[in-house]
Design a protein around this ligand. Sequence first.
Ligand SMILES: [Zn+2]
Length: 102
Amino acid sequence: MTTRTQATHFPPDRSDAFRASADAPLSRSQLTDLAIELRREITRLERSLASDGSSPELDSYRRALRRIDEGTYGVCIACGGEISFDRLQVMPATQWCVRCAR
Ligand SMILES: [Zn+2]
């Protein structure tokens, strides 16, 4: 008896649906929320380190906070596109949009 296995190849979802939200610039209140989150993380890390301590993670949060002041926060350093708010909420210090991070 011969069984024919049917290969079902689903093409990768290249839908541009997420692009629309990814291109939306961050609102002022979203930036404020993210700045609060970054400061909270910085405080937490500073407490867990020695008083003069530093760590790559702490540095990345501090740099992200500086980018908010400079107005360059939320922009992907690889493609120049906006990084979505959803992504920044999970990874507030990221410098790559979801497509470039892959
Ligand atoms: Zn990008």
